[in-house]
Write a protein that binds this ligand. Structure first.
Ligand code: PGA
Length: 264
């Protein structure tokens, strides 16, 4: 039986599915079950798989992937570890359920809930303190990109969230250009490489041997996965829409596995 993965090894690739506010319970269970069924060879090739279902489905998803090589994580957590915050989910709750990770700072949260850099930093802190891997999303808007501010924006967001306790094992950064999310548009390869290099520069300033994973996210599909995943410093993908389709998510994960077996 495959071992559940703990996501702590930065030298493995990571393919994460962010289901956002989609699916009903039975559909979520079916999707998690389907991913677990093909997960073992992908994991054996050095690719971690992470599913981030909506909060009400986390426990069922954890049950559905049992026996597979799949980790489950939250899509968000509160900045505080507990307290009077109606409707919110705390990082220690996620950890107590068996979640391994939590997405923080997603642009949809920054936009819909006016989350600021300091608030996102507090979430990273709480997530790591709870023993979770924090998947920190950074990315520029179209206006910022057009103004040539991409590197400036993403490095500001990363710097703001780089808490003392962050290590290669508990922090994953996801570069997600806001204008590429759910739009079918992706940046030119050179732009992805430049953004990832800027992010690595910030991580390396803390420790030159930094290996923390930097994922790309934004309209990743089975069609473009290979070209994106083969880029330098792209350690995996944070997949939204395509992660809701079992066959397409599988194709993306298997592309990552194939690239590990036979680098481009
Ligand atoms: P998308 O979403 O793949 O649907 O563009 C990615 C994300 O928001 O994480």
């Amino acid at each position: 039986m495959a071992q559940p993965i703990d996501l702590a090894d930065p030298d493995r690739s990571l393919i994460a599915g962010n289901w956002k506010m989609n699916l009903l319970h039975a559909e979520a269970v079916a999707l998690a079950t389907a991913v677990a069924a093909w997960s073992a060879p992908v994991a054996a090739a050095g690719v971690d798989l992470l599913l981030c279902p909506p909060a009400p489905f986390l426990a069922s998803a954890i049950g559905a992937v049992a026996g597979g090589a799949v980790a489950v994580g939250g899509q968000d957590c509160h900045a505080k570890a507990s307290g009077a915050h109606t409707g919110d989910v705390a990082a220690p709750m996620l950890a107590s359920l068996g979640c391994r990770a939590v997405i923080v700072g997603h642009s949809e949260r920054r936009r819909d809930h006016r989350e600021t850099d300091p608030f996102v930093r507090a979430k990273v802190e709480t997530a790591i303190a709870a023993g979770l891997v924090a998947v920190l999303c950074v990315g520029e808007t179209l206006e910022e990109r057009d103004a040539g501010q991409t590197a400036q924006v993403v490095t500001r967001q990363l710097r703001a969230a780089l808490v003392e306790a962050a290590t290669d094992a508990n922090l994953v950064v996801a570069y997600e250009p806001v204008w590429a999310i759910g739009t079918g548009r992706t940046p030119a390869p050179g732009d992805v490489v430049a953004a990832h290099a800027a992010l690595r520069g910030i991580l390396a300033a803390r420790g030159p041997a930094s290996r923390a994973r930097i994922l790309y996210g934004g309209s990743v599909t089975a069609q473009n996965a290979r070209s994106l995943l083969a880029l330098p410093e792209v350690a995996g993908a944070l997949v939204g829409g395509a992660s809701l389709k079992a066959a397409e998510f599988r194709a993306i994960a298997e592309t990552a596995a194939a690239l590990r077996r036979q680098p481009a």
